[in-house]
Design a protein around this ligand. Sequence first.
Ligand code: SF4
Length: 331
Amino acid sequence: MLQQTRVSTVVPYYERFLEELPTVTALAEAAPERVLTLWSGLGYYRRARMLHAAAKRVVREHGGRLPSEPEALMRLEGVGAYTAGAVASMAFGRRAPVVDGNVTRVFARLFAVDEDVKSAKGNARIWKLAGDVLAAADGAPGDWNQAVMELGATVCLPRDPRCGVCPVAEHCAARKLSRVEDLPRVTPKRSPTVVHRVAIVLASPSAVLLARRRPDALFGGLWEPPSTAGSLDGLAARLGVEVSALAPMGEIVHVLSHRRLVVRVVRGALGRRTRWPTPEEEYDAIEAVPAGRLSSAPAGRDGGSYAQAALGRKILAVANVVRSGLRFEIR
Ligand code: SF4
């Protein structure tokens, strides 16, 4: 939950999640929709699905107890080297290194690493250095890892590092070589790809039409007003509505890690139909959802089983179907 998200944002989600699913077994036995609803609003929904799959594996293969070795942890769904190292060292006292952005900066400077730290070679070099130093260090490995992270977060800052108060300054190669400001070396990121979509919101005072995204699609398993990267005409035809009966409501810009989604929102009347064709290959179900089952809250019990991603809620808010407390850009 904490990756890419502030602690203050996560706390209520974390508490609600643990209150409802207090053990690995409870999580393993929960319905996927329930897990997604509890996660709804945190983003990165693949993590919720991975966490769920990992809980099932822990129950199936480890008798409900989390394994303590990094190699076994890394065989769990969604667990990479960082999480495995953090859990193994901090929860189980294993001598496993942890490398995050802060640790990378500290080691890149301490050892004047010239490779691009985002490249496979540079990243492998940082992990190797972190492992070698940890192997030679005294004390609890978890404390050591946290101390290095803290050093990066509070002293070895990206700009204006506080070398004057740094406890490892006398060992620092970057300082000796006057290269502190040049390190770590990173190649500039590509700007995100812009993807244009159009969403059709068909609503009545008591219901709104929502489609469920296929498990393998972006936001898989979550519900939203049907949208397409194709044309408005095509989507309207699939839903059997006249384009002339749809009113423009606005455009949303939603930024993901590698993509910038620009979604045009149009709205029309839901009518009295009871059956709807599932539009686009991205969806696997479609339903007229009663207004009472929608939630404008980030997540929660009142969200029913129609968990929505932030983008879906923004679309409903722009279409005046729900009020959203989310900050977003409308043009
Ligand atoms: Fe970072 Fe400066 Fe300490 Fe080197 S001396 S590790 S650059 S804070």
